[in-house]
Design a binder for this molecule. Structure first.
Ligand code: ADP
Ligand code: MG
Length: 233
C-alpha cells in the first residue's frame, strides 16, 4: 500500500510540475506574441508582414502543443456530472461552424433526443468534440459535409457520438498509428489531438471506433456507457 501511495504522489507531482512549467512558458510566450503583433502593425516594411504572421502562427501552434501536453500529463480524475451530450454538441456548434464556413463545408447535426443524461466532464467532452470535428474539417480541403450524430442504444445502455466527414478517408498504414502521440500527416499538425481524445474517452470508461473508406470519408464513433445517476463512474 505504501508503495502505491508514493507512486500516486509521484504521478501527481509530475502533473503539477507539468502544469507549472507550461504556465512559466505560456506567460513569456504571450508577451512575445503581443510584441510581435505590435511590430507587425507598426512596421513600414510591407514585405516583412508575412514573417510576423508566421511567427504568431508558430507561437499559437506551440501554445496548442503545450495545452494538449498539459491535459495529458495531468491525467487526473476529472469531476463529472450528469449532462446532456446533445447540449454540449449544440454549445460547440458556433465554433465548429466558424471553422467549417471558411472551407465551404456544410454541417449536419443529427441529435437523438433519446440519449439520456450521461456522467460527463463538461470541459473534456467539449475538447473531444472540438478535436474530432476539427480533424474532420481539416480532412475536407475541397469542401464537403461534416455530420455530428448521436444515438442511444437502450438495450446495450450505450450512447454514441459519431463524427463523420466526406473527406479522403484514412489509408491503413495511417490508421495503425492514429493515436500515437505526435503522429501527424499535416504540415502544421501537433499529432496530439487524437491522443487527447483517447485519454478523454478512457477517462469516461468509453471507447473510440473508426470506420473509414478511402475516397468516401471517415466516421469516428465514440461509445459511452449510460449509467445510473448515483454511480461515480
Ligand atoms: P493532427 O490533427 O495535429 O495531425 P491528430 O492526432 O488530431 O493530429 O490526428 C492525427 C492524424 O490522423 C492526422 O494527421 C491525420 O492524418 C489523421 N486523421 C485524423 N482524423 C482524420 C479524418 N477525419 N480524416 C482523415 N485523416 C484523419
Ligand atoms: Mg487534430
Amino acid at each position: 500500500l505504501r508503495q502505491q501511495v508514493s507512486q500516486m504522489e509521484r504521478l501527481s507531482l509530475v502533473g503539477r510540475m507539468a502544469a507549472s512549467i507550461t504556465h512559466e512558458i505560456r506567460n513569456p510566450m504571450a508577451v512575445v506574441r503581443g510584441f510581435v503583433q505590435l511590430m507587425q502593425e507598426r512596421t513600414t516594411l510591407e514585405h516583412q508582414k508575412p514573417f510576423f504572421e508566421l511567427i504568431v502562427a508558430e507561437l499559437d501552434r506551440t501554445n496548442e502543443i503545450i495545452n494538449d501536453f498539459l491535459s495529458l500529463a495531468q491525467n487526473r480524475i476529472t469531476p463529472k456530472q450528469m449532462l446532456e451530450l446533445n447540449d454540449l454538441i449544440r454549445a460547440m456548434h458556433p465554433l465548429i461552424a466558424a471553422e467549417a464556413n471558411m472551407r465551404r463545408i456544410g454541417i449536419r447535426l443529427l441529435l437523438d433526443s433519446d440519449v439520456p443524461p450521461l456522467l460527463l466532464n463538461d470541459k473534456e467532452i467539449k475538447q473531444l468534440i472540438l478535436n474530432l470535428t476539427r480533424n474532420a474539417v481539416e480532412a475536407m480541403d475541397d469542401g464537403g459535409v461534416l455530420t455530428v450524430e448521436t444515438r442511444f442504444d437502450g438495450e446495450a445502455g450505450e450512447a454514441r457520438m459519431i463524427v463523420s466527414d466526406t473527406g479522403p478517408g484514412i489509408p491503413p498504414q495511417t490508421l495503425e498509428r492514429l493515436f500515437e502521440p505526435f503522429f501527424t500527416t499535416k504540415e502544421r499538425g501537433t499529432g496530439l489531438g487524437l491522443t487527447v481524445c483517447l485519454s478523454i474517452v478512457d477517462n469516461h470508461g468509453g471507447r473510440i471506433d473508426i470506420r473509414s473508406e478511402e475516397g468516401k470519408g471517415t466516421d469516428f464513433i465514440v461509445t459511452l456507457k449510460a449509467e445510473a445517476a448515483d454511480s461515480d463512474g
